[in-house]
Write a protein that binds this ligand. Structure first.
Ligand code: ZN
Length: 345
């Protein structure tokens, strides 16, 4: 049994990593699919992001799904053979934020494949992994494991859309159509948005955004003139979800949101200048959105029930032996949206 371990930027190694037998409240999952996330790419290319740095070898990956291979004595939530999506977050359940129901703000969060704490939380790009049963969320018996592995990023999108407030019948802007932007579009459509305007600087992601529910796709690489109608009368957009982390996209969205509208920041973009006068004068609500909580279980239900069709996102599936190629592919927005590993070939 093997894992994909990052030792340093561009130093990925496939190493033996047998899963221990499950403890009483654990299960062993035989992995089927694992998606490469933007944070995995940051570790791979730069050794981290912001103040988070790779300090020791770390198994990457936190978007995985598989099949239950073994059970601890106390486990009743799943059975051997069940398909499960792995929830990568393990909040402490005891800190101030966990007690207040803000588990994604946990002071002692353990999140797979994250160098935020030291020793790092090892990740889930492994052929087999033993995890707490509470983190193995059952999905439908017939669900493709590649789709099940989208539960984590889809939960991020559901959480972001929840921050925007009711979207039924509203006009929504989504800037940045990477995997999270596209999943936000799918979640906004599910929430009943009447119009979903998607922007990006590359045409290929916009084509996928359209298949996930965007009603109008605008390539803003040459400027934002095509969005001028949305800026009329102080703005026509009820809610904007900024998924690019780009300063110009952020400022552009602020110009298009109507007075008392909401701007949700999903993309991470470091320090950005803000047009404060516009925010003040239009009385905009600006909210951040980070990870997810109960949305993971909801994502698993929606994907299991076929309430959303996320297949257009899946643009590549490679065996772990081709880890370097998979990371290169996932870094190319013209050729790839969500690239996944398939395990157990
Ligand atoms: Zn906590």
């Amino acid at each position: 049994m093997r894992a994909i371990v990052l030792h340093a930027p561009h130093d990925l190694r496939i190493e033996p990593m047998p899963a221990p037998a499950p403890g009483p409240d654990e299960v062993t999952v035989r992995m089927g699919a694992g998606g490469i996330c933007g944070s995995d790419l940051h570790y791979f290319h730069q050794g981290g992001f912001g103040t988070v740095r790779l300090m020791q070898p770390m198994v990457l990956g936190h978007e995985v799904a598989g099949t239950v291979a073994a059970l601890g004595a106390n486990v009743t939530s799943v059975a051997v053979g069940d398909r499960v999506a792995v929830n990568p977050s393990r909040p402490c359940e005891t800190c101030e934020y966990c007690r207040r129901g803000l588990r994604n703000q946990c002071l002692d969060m353990r999140f797979y494949g994250s160098a935020m704490r030291f020793p790092h939380m090892q990740g889930a790009f492994r052929e087999e992994m033993t995890i707490p049963a509470a983190q193995a969320v059952k999905v439908g018996a017939a669900v493709d494991l590649g789709l099940a592995a989208l539960c984590e990023p889809f939960a991020v999108a559901l959480h972001a859309v929840a921050q925007a407030g009711p979207l039924d019948g509203r006009t929504v802007l989504v800037s940045g159509c990477g995997p999270i932007g596209c999943l936000v579009i799918a979640a906004a459509k599910l929430a009943g948005a009447a119009a979903i305007v998607a922007t990006d600087i590359t045409p290929e992601p916009l084509a996928i955004a359209s298949r996930l529910g965007a009603t109008r796709c605008v390539d803003v690489s040459g400027g934002t003139d095509a969005l001028a109608d949305l800026g009329q009368d102080k703005g026509q957009v009820d809610a904007a979800l900024e998924c690019s982390g780009n300063a110009r996209a952020l400022a552009g969205a602020i110009g298009l949101v109507r007075p008392r509208g909401t701007l949700v920041l999903v993309g991470l973009g470091g320090d950005q200048p803000l047009p404060m006068n516009t925010i003040v004068a239009k009385e905009l609500a600006i909210k951040g959105s980070f990870r997810f909580d109960e949305e993971f279980a909801r994502a698993a239900r929606l994907i299991s029930d076929g309430a959303v069709d996320l297949r257009p996102l899946l643009t590549g599936s490679l065996p772990i032996e081709e880890a370097e190629a998979a990371f290169a592919l996932a870094s190319d927005r013209k050729r790839a949206m969500k690239v996944q590993f398939r395990f157990g070939d």
